[in-house]
Structure formats: structure tokens, C-alpha cells
Design a protein around this ligand. Sequence first.
Ligand SMILES: NC(=O)c1ccc[n+]([C@@H]2O[C@H](COP(=O)([O-])OP(=O)(O)OC[C@H]3O[C@@H](n4cnc5c(N)ncnc54)[C@H](O)[C@@H]3O)[C@@H](O)[C@H]2O)c1
Length: 306
Amino acid sequence: MTRFRSVAIMGTGTMGPGMGAVMARAGYQVALYDTSAEALERAKAGYDLAWGVLDRLETPTVEGGSVRYADSVADALAGAEFVIEAVPENLELKQKVYAEYEQHVGPEVILASNTSGIPATKIAANLQHPERVVVMHWSNPPHLIPMIEVVPGEQTSKATVDDTIAVIEDVGYYPCLLKKEVPGFVENRVLYAIMRECLALVDEGVVDLEELDLNVKWGIGYKLAVIPPMHLLDMAGMDIYTAVASYLNPDLSNASEVSPTIRDLVAKGRLGMKTKGGLFDYTDEEVGALRAQRGASLVKVRKALS
Ligand SMILES: NC(=O)c1ccc[n+]([C@@H]2O[C@H](COP(=O)([O-])OP(=O)(O)OC[C@H]3O[C@@H](n4cnc5c(N)ncnc54)[C@H](O)[C@@H]3O)[C@@H](O)[C@H]2O)c1
């Protein structure tokens, strides 16, 4: 248990409901708030779905946890000790809502942002108490991926960082503390490096999409979950790595433009599963089946790894 009991989650789109379920499950009294009444209504189903996944993960239910759906910022923040902000990724919006939060909570209340890449330094730039602002970057889906990046801003206090890490550990998740602010933090930098190389291989006609996915899934994907990169280096040996990296590094993609394959798809409105077609095609039934199957597989893999 941490010193916090009451948590407000501001913004209940893709991320809010799952984060809320994880926190309530760990014994926190959670208030969920959204400016959109429809989003808040949808959040109830999202929360229940996430709770069901936590059941399947056999996540312990800590006594005292609860959820309520707040109808105003003041209501959501009444009594809140720890605030998790998950409003859309827009600096002006984030700065505006944080200034509002400061009107409702005392200076001891931590304001943690789920931003995917905006530095806490910028979010907190005009606040009275920037020392209590920190990035707490969950990974999607938040009720399944148990790693959260903690990225302090220039003015974030050590106490804020320590408290945030304590909360993450308390819900049974793994905190990853960054020592400085970099665009994309760590998770997205690594992911986008992989995506860039994969797309370059497709664009250059080296491999077909299906073969590429098969390669990554059953090659490095499966392996990295068990032996992550730094440990893989020790396993392979620095001599081997040096020999390969010396000729391979200069040949890897360093393109700063987005892949032409992706640009073409965007121009055609083929955005992926949400438009029933992107790199692959999907029927409505396939979209539903894929989501269910992936959720079930992630549950199994996480259980196997823990
Ligand atoms: N979706 C992801 O995969 C993902 C992963 C990690 C982090 N994030 C980050 O989390 C944050 C939220 O992302 P999301 O994908 O859940 O966005 P989303 O667009 O799905 O949901 C955002 C919600 O915020 C609501 N909102 C807008 N203004 C608000 C306000 N002033 N107060 C309260 N609610 C407000 C919207 O109505 C919407 O329901 C972003 O900063 C995003 O970068 C997203």
C-alpha cells in the first residue's frame, strides 16, 4: 500500500478505463472523468472489459478499491491524492487542464501524465507547483501491459518520482525510470526503430509482409520477451555483436521520411483495422475475432512469463 488511496483519471478514451480498472483492482478509490458524456458512458463497458481481463490474469483484488464516474473536474478531483491525466495528446490542451487541476487540488497532489511523448517540463511550464508533475506513460492496452515509463521533467521532485514508482509497484507493474527527457521516451523509440527497418525491408522488396511478420514474431519477438536486448548481447557475446554490427549498422535504414508504403495507404484512406483495411484487409467479424484472440494470447503469454 502506498500513502495514496484516492486516484482521479482524467480522460476516458482508449487508455482511461483500463488504467482505472488496474488501479481499482489494487485497492484504490478511482474517479473517472471525461468531458464527453458518451466517452464516460463507453468507459463503463471498457472498465468492465478490463476487469474481466484482470480476472483472467488472476490479478489479486485488493480490498477497498472502487470506481465512480464523475461529472465535473471538481467532482473528479474532490479528495484526489494522485491524478492520472489521459486527455488527447496536445500540449496546449494539457497545459490548460493542468492549470485547472491546480485550482482544485493541494500542492502535495501528484499530477501524472500518460502522454506518449510530451515532456513533463513543457506540460508543467506555467504551473505554480511543477515539482509534482511527472510523466507516467502506460502502454496500450493498459490492463495487459505491465510496464510503465516514468519520465521526470526538469523541475520534477525526487519525492514525486519516488511516489509514482511506489504506486506502479503497488499495482504489480514494472516501472521504467528514464534519466532524461527524450522524444518518444524509450518504448516508442525502440518500437519505431523496429518499424522503420521492417518497412524499409518491405519497400526494398526484400520480404513480403506475411513473411516479415512471421520472422519477427517467431524470431526476435518471442525471444526478446524471454531474453531482452541487453541480456541478449551478453548471451551472443560482444565479439560476435561487434563483428556483425560493424558491417550491418551502416546498412540499416536511417530514413527520416515515413515509408512510401505507409504514405500511399494514408493517401488512400486505408488506415488499418479501423477502416477495415491497411496493409491487410479485414471484415467486421475478423476485427472482432482478432481482438479477442490477441487479448487471450497476451493473457497467456504474460502468465507464462511471470
Ligand atoms: N492510445 C494509446 O495507445 C496510448 C498509449 C499510451 C499513451 N497514450 C496517451 O494517453 C493520452 C490519452 O490517449 P487516448 O488514446 O486514451 O486518447 P483518446 O482520444 O482515446 O481519449 C481521450 C479522451 O479525453 C477526453 N477529453 C478531451 N478533453 C478532455 C478534458 N479537458 N478533460 C477530460 N477529458 C477530456 C476525450 O473526450 C476522450 O474521451 C494521450 O496523451 C496519449 O498520447 C495513448
